[in-house]
Structure formats: C-alpha cells, structure tokens
Design a protein around this ligand. Structure first.
Ligand SMILES: [Zn+2]
Length: 467
C-alpha cells in the first residue's frame, strides 16, 4: 500500500516538475524561438500598413484598424476581446500643401506639410516676410515690432550629439507644439517649423500642435518644412532678409467622432484582479502608413499575448493587450483607459508600452519604485544572451502614463533610436522601413519582461523613484 502511495507521489512530483520545472532561461529561449520562427507580428504589420495604411484618428483607416485588430485578437482564443468606446478629435489635411520662397531672383518651391491641428491658410495662400528664430526667448526679444505681420520660422535643429535621440526630440519639439501659440502673441501671421529630423532630407515631418485657448480668429496656420529646405530658407534669409515665403494649406478641424481602444485579455489564474497590460497606439499620422509609429508597437503587443499562449504559459495575473486610439493628437484613448480602470477599481500593477519604433530592442526604461527597479536589475543576466542591456529609470510611454500609481511598474520598450527620427511622422514611415527580425526581437523582449513580472510579481515595498 505504502509502495503504491509512494509511486503515485513520485509520479505526481515528476509530472508536476516536468510541467513547471522549466527554468527562466528555458522559457526565454522558447519565447525568442517562437517569435523568430513562428511569429505573427510581421504579417499583422504588413496588413495594417499595406492593406489599411495611415490611421489618423477619426479616419476610415483608423476604423478599419480597429476592426482588423479586434478580429485578429479574437482568433487567438483569448478569454475576452472587446472595444472600449472613446470620442476622438478629427482633423483632416485636405489638399497637398504648397509653398515657395520668393526672392529677387524668382521663386523656389519647398516641401512643407501642415501640422496636425493647424488651421488653414486663406484659400489662395499666405505670403509674407519671414523672421527666423531658434527659441521663444529670441522671439520675445524681437517683440511685436519685428514679428507683427510676418511668418515666424523656427529653425532650432535636433542636437546631433545627443545619443538618445528622444532627448534631442524633447529638446526641440516645443517649437512645433506651441510655436504658433507663441508667435501669435506678437502678431505673426503664420509659422514654419524645421522638421524634427536629425538628417538632412526633403521630407516634412508633421506632428501635433496646440492653440490652447486662443480665440479662433487669433489662430495662425502652422506647417513643418523639410530639413533641407529649412537650411535653404535660412541661407537665403542671411543673403537677403527681405525674401518672402508663400504657403497654402486647407486642413480642417472637424467635430469629434466615436472611436475605440481595442482590448484583449488572458484572465489570470491566481490573481485575476491584478492587471498587467502591454500596448501601443493604433492611430498614426497620415503622411506614411505609420509602420514604426506605432504599427510596430501594436503588433508587438498583440504578439506578447499570442506568444504566452503558444508556449503554454498560464499567467497568474490578468494580462491585457490594449491598442490605444488617438495617442498622436489627443491621448484620448490612454486617458479613457485609465479613467475607466480607476472607476472600476482595477488594480494595474504593470504596464508596458512599445512606441519608439520597430528597431532592434536594446532594453526598457522604467517608471517605478526602487524595489521594483532592483527586481528588474536582478533579471539582467536573463536578457544578456539576447543583447538586451539597457535598463534605466526614466519615462514609460504616453498612453500608459495615466495609469501611474505609487506602487506599480510602468515601462517602455527602448529600441535603437538612431534612425527613428528619419521616419517619425513623415511619408517614409512605411512598412519597408521595418525589419522583420528586429520587430520580432522586440516582441519577444516584451514578452520576456511580462513573463517575469507575472511570475514573480511586482515588489511593492518602497519609495517610488524620482525621475
Ligand atoms: Zn507614437
């Protein structure tokens, strides 16, 4: 009798250890292998980019992307897939913009694009003298006397010696975001902004801008100019400050429309009320097809849940993929998700965002407590074979930001960023610019981090890190 009992016990132990004895190293191997040999992320991105295309909030493309990703998540056999309604702004570019520089020698056509949210120029365009500045202090120093009636040209380049290019972007983007608002104070009639691009080329890069509470009749049109043409305009201004700039754009802000965040969930089998999310944003700008920004993050986040299922991980906590709508020109989706989570009292212990391009993953940045960050540091050796070395304190992502609490972990995937701003918000943010293998490595790296936090939980002990 005892023998039989022992035999059963031994069998049970063996069986259980067989199922659960895989080391973290072995699980990591499976995750990367599955993503690189049997992944879905690249096929999904192909469809999103080449069959649907750009996905500006409120556009048909955005609507189709909601339907497509919902349908694909449903195919994965998750426990639940649903749409979360959210009202989003709808801005339309209209006809292609046109611009030229007029000098004594004639006119030179230049490449511009309206900034997202900008008003139009008068129907026949706007022509005026130009004043070049590099920041708002310079603008202020010029004052109304020298700015009134003119077009303000912001020409501060992204700093090439800043290795983390998002920091270089952060150091410049106020020209684009509030350039028109500031210039309008001094009576400017329009704004031209140097594209947020580290290289010299002919592509204008769009992006969001604000008028804040400026009365409608005080709002002035704002456009981005390619870096080559910014250099040209600057040179021509130095030779002859009396040259004029002409531009025409007929973009328009329409009424808000109904759209959706797309959400899929694997319900946790031990702590179903603890939520871990992975996400990217479904909307994109309209000039390219948004493959890097943020088609890559969308398909990688979907792939995290697919990989967990494929390699047979049954998470302890509830794991959600959230595809946010309207990150680019409103953040309505990210705010809506956090607002509803708060209303429902859902405990979000972890949130990971991929919104920095589909390039080779280098690691993650974290917004979390010292305790949780030390936990991450103790896992570094697991990532090393996959050339993932970057683990730093810092930001996470715009869409998951509103979920911040004193104890949870917010994280952002950090891919190599050297070429990101060649494509960001421009017409060359297209599928061909994304490398299949790099995209898949990113999806696997995200899955590996989610696996670890699910398995070991978030250390919620101490003080939040100061960023
Ligand atoms: Zn983005």
């Amino acid at each position: 009798m005892r023998c039989i009992r022992t035999a059963i016990l031994v069998f049970c132990v063996l069986f259980t250890t067989n199922l659960f004895s895989q080391t973290d190293e072995e699980i990591f191997k499976n995750i990367y292998k599955s993503s690189l040999t049997n992944g879905k992320s690249y096929d999904w991105l192909n469809y999103l980019s080449n069959q649907i295309g750009s996905r500006l909030s409120g556009s048909l493309g955005a609507e189709r992307a909601v339907a497509f990703t919902k349908q694909e998540l449903e195919k994965l056999g998750l426990d639940n897939v649903w749409l979360q309604p959210v009202m989003v702004p709808k801005w339309v570019r209209g006809a292609k913009e046109y611009a030229y520089i007029k000098s004594a020698k004639g006119t030179t056509t230049v490449n511009i694009c309206a900034l997202g949210g900008s008003v139009a120029t008068p129907p026949l365009g706007l022509k005026s003298a130009v004043v070049e500045v590099h920041d708002f202090q310079e603008l202020k120093a010029l004052g109304k006397e020298k700015v009134e009636g003119k077009i303000v040209f912001y020409n501060r380049p992204m700093q090439p010696d800043v290795i983390q290019t998002f920091e270089a972007y952060g150091g410049c983007v106020n020209q684009r975001y509030e350039g028109a608002l500031q210039a309008a104070k001094y009576g400017a009639v329009g704004v031209i902004v140097r594209s947020m691009n580290l290289r010299l080329d002919d592509l204008p890069h769009t992006g969001s801008m604000t008028y804040e509470n400026l009365p409608v009749d005080k709002r002035i049109p704002s456009a981005a100019i390619s870096t080559n043409d910014a250099e040209l305009l600057s040179t021509m201004l130095k030779l002859d400050p009396s040259i004029e700039f002409f531009f025409r754009q007929n973009c328009k802000q329409l009424k808000d429309v109904l759209s959706y965040n797309v959400i899929g969930e694997i319900t946790g089998n031990e702590f179903p009320n603890e939520y871990m999310i992975v996400g990217g944003h479904l909307d994109s700008w309209d000039l390219g097809d948004g493959s890097h920004d943020d088609g890559a993050g969308v398909v990688q986040s979907m792939e995290v849940l697919r990989l967990l299922k494929e390699i047979g991980i049954k998470p302890k906590r509830s794991i959600r993929v959230v595809l946010f709508m309207n990150e680019e020109n409103g953040l309505r989706g990210g705010n809506k998700y956090a607002e509803e989570a708060k209303q429902k009292g859902e405990n979000h212990v972890f949130a990971l965002e991929s919104d920095a391009g589909g390039f080779t993953p280098r690691g993650f940045s974290f917004d979390c407590t010292d305790a949780a960050f030390n936990q991450v540091l103790s896992w570094q050796h697991l990532f090393k074979p996959y050339l993932i070395y970057f683990f730093e304190k810092g930001g996470s992502g715009a869409d998951v930001g509103p979920l911040k609490t004193n104890t949870n972990v917010l994280a952002g995937l950090r891919p190599d960023s050297q070429r990101y701003f060649d494509h960001h918000h421009a017409s060359n943010d297209t599928f061909d610019a994304v490398n299949k293998r790099e995209l898949e490595l990113g999806a696997a790296t995200m899955t590996a981090l989610v696996y670890l936090f699910d398995k070991y939980g978030v250390n919620t002990m101490v003080n939040r890190l100061k960023n």
